[in-house]
Design a protein around this ligand. Structure first.
Ligand SMILES: C[S@@+](CC[C@H](N)C(=O)[O-])C[C@H]1O[C@@H](n2cnc3c(N)ncnc32)[C@H](O)[C@@H]1O
Length: 336
């Protein structure tokens, strides 16, 4: 049984490449491709640098941001049933994809520890700041927890886990991160997760459900403007890391919900015609007045869509847990 942590490095960084600049080169290439594309687009994965992760923590505390509150309720109310399921077959690796501050996972970790379950916790996140903070908070809040944080993107981390961790695996994918994938990509990603699991392994996924469009829109357009600052931080990050000269005040945060597609889309809209030079790309990018950059999609699901997604990706549906208002679902997928 792989229970000892004393020799484990508390943080594995899969993004530190030998030339030291691989991440920045990837970011610069992404920005060049996205700002040259018609219409312009940037990926939400670049939201989460240090300031972005801190802003997301503030978002999770906003009165309008129901997803965290609802998922917190689902996990708290069902922690005993979930922990019993996870720990039903002896030692397991608990892999938390896009763990962030693991606010909700910590409820399960404490429950598992109380039950003296045999497991190793492996939070994974693209944000090094988030993983450093999580490692130290785990040491203070859950002493004795067997854990090792992995800094890397989902794909590289799944490969690393495949090569380095054998035995039963349970994957957590909370916070409706799946909603950030376009529908076809989400199926591809779930199939990829399934290909890294063995029959009998599980996936616990948090999924935001369709509801009153106004409730959804408010969650991404809060009164205090924290979500606006979070979206605009992407331009600050380009300025900081790639030597951009974005006038961030020349852009506005614009979110819109499409109730037919069940998708919340966020944009950054240029208030005037302008050119932006980005040193690391060696290029200028032109913006027409009111031209937008698409920065995030967040899909909301129905229960039948979830059922279809489970079946199309090589799993069976074990259990659906929901909050009292039916806002959010945490679903156990069983690998067959
Ligand atoms: C919406 S937060 C959710 C955090 C947490 N799971 C929760 O439920 O509160 C998304 C997290 O996923 C991470 N993330 C986004 N894209 C990622 C990627 N491609 N690979 C790894 N982590 C990613 C972000 O850094 C961020 O911490």
């Amino acid at each position: 049984m792989e229970l000892k942590t004393t020799t484990l490095d508390p943080l594995i960084n899969l993004t530190r490449k030998e030339n030291g600049n691989k991440d920045l080169t990837d970011f610069a290439n992404h920005v060049t491709a996205g700002l040259s594309h018609t219409p312009k687009k940037l990926s939400s994965r670049y939201f989460y640098d240090g300031p972005g992760s801190a802003l997301f923590q503030q978002i999770m505390e906003l009165p309008e941001y129901y997803p965290t509150r609802c998922e917190y309720e689902v996990i708290t109310e069902n922690k005993s049933a979930i922990a019993a399921h996870l720990a039903s077959e002896g030692f397991f690796h608990l892999i938390d994809l896009g763990a962030g501050d693991a606010l909700k996972t910590k409820i399960l970790l404490k429950e598992l520890q109380e039950r003296r379950a045999a497991f190793e916790y492996l939070p994974v996140d693209i944000s090094e700041d988030a993983m450093q903070q999580l490692s130290s908070s785990l040491e203070k809040e859950i002493p004795g927890l067997n854990h090792q944080a992995v800094v890397g993107d989902y794909n590289d981390s799944l490969e690393w886990l495949q090569q380095n961790k054998s035995g039963r695996k349970v994957i957590l994918f909370l916070g409706s991160n799946i909603g950030n994938f376009e529908h076809e990509e989400s199926l591809g990603f779930l199939r990829k997760i399934r290909s890294h699991l063995e029959p009998g392994d599980s996936l616990l996924m948090g999924i935001d459900l369709r509801k009153d469009p106004d409730t959804i829109l408010r969650a991404y357009n809060d009164f205090a403007g924290v979500t606006a600052a979070f979206n605009l931080n992407l331009l600050h990050r380009i300025n900081r890391e790639l030597g951009g000269n974005f006038d961030v005040n020349g852009f506005i945060h614009y979110p819109i919900y499409n109730p037919q597609e069940g998708v919340m889309r966020s944009y950054l809209v240029s208030k005037q015609e302008q050119d932006v030079y980005i040193q690391a790309t060696g290029r200028s990018f032109h913006f027409n007045a009111w031209e937008a950059i698409h920065t995030e999609s967040s899909y909301k699901y129905t229960l039948p869509q979830i059922q279809a997604m489970v079946e199309a990706s090589g799993f069976t549906l074990e259990t659906i847990f929901q909050d009292k208002e039916g806002c959010f679902a945490d679903v156990i997928f069983h690998a067959v």
